[in-house]
Design a protein around this ligand. Sequence first.
Ligand code: PLP
Length: 369
Amino acid sequence: MKPIYLDYAATTPVDKDTLNAALPYFGSIFYNPSSAHSLGRKAASAVERAREKCAAAIGANADEIYFTSGGTESINWAMKCALSDTNKKRVVISAIEHDSVFGCSKTLEKLGYTVDTVMPTLGGTITPQALKAVITPETALVCVMTVNNQTGAIQPVKELAEISHAAGSLFFTDAVQAVNSTGLDVRDGADMLAVSGHKFYAPKGVGFLYVRRGTGIEPFIDGGGQEREMRAGTVNVPAVVAMGEAIEKARSCRKDNNARIKLVSDIFLSSLESGKPIECDNKIDDVTSVVFDGVKGGRLAVALSMEGVCCSVGSACSAGSAVTPLALVAMGVENADCAIRFSFGKDTTEEEARLAAQTVNRVVKNLMS
Ligand code: PLP
């Protein structure tokens, strides 16, 4: 049996139109966009068109978009380089963030910052009230993701940004899991926002950081003058072109894709004979974690993979180590170590959803007996 891929939150395949848009920039238009000659200008124009598409998709200006190598780099940049404008020494992060945010927080602690953590509700939401309880006039930066990668929980970014600004803090959101299913709009208040191409049918290793005009951020990589002297290194032209195409397509196909994904997710979840899907106050259908009491998530993921269903315990970055998904622990989910994440994409078929659920039912029964 061909493996059934239910791990779209880990990564997505490159869309055909996206690939076609990028191909010329591997071949006939291979030039360096920083070259001053006419051929280099061709590549540079493609990069700038992609920047405009990325900006338009999130309600930003093109000069507020900086291309990076993906989500992790964008997060590192936002968290480590936006604090030099202030003497404030506190940072707030939510307890449901991606590992890259936790990693940056540890570095900030070593640099003398105090990191305060805001906890989610049982339904996976970081509420405005919870943020108000931890934010102080000393908080320089608040960091809450737009959509959680383990539960699909959507966060009230607009309200959280308002509270951050009222306290004199910057607000940064990791929107890596949000591009496909939700409409991002920086007019909701984020000062910085991180995006990664490979989560919305563009290639791996490309992303961008949005930085609101006037936000004092230091360059992340020193070297040449690329990205307006903020992020040196030759721009990955084909990947950036692909990302521009993919973000536009994500927007134009969002309604149809969301409807399809809801259908296959409903088929899958309603066909399960055991397991408790983690319910959220407000969530996307693309991602659902399910707890199978009595079966460790890591063990189940391996057994399912052997039977042709590919899903994961949590973030792909921590896959293999079979760690308990921290977002679920933070939400107070019982037996969070027995959770497994299923995530669906625009190519998931109804038949795959049914077959995968049957396989899960069989494998869980076997492991329990
Ligand atoms: N943030 C979230 C919520 C993610 O799910 C991921 C990837 O799994 C990242 C950040 C990291 O993005 P990238 O793989 O582009 O470094």
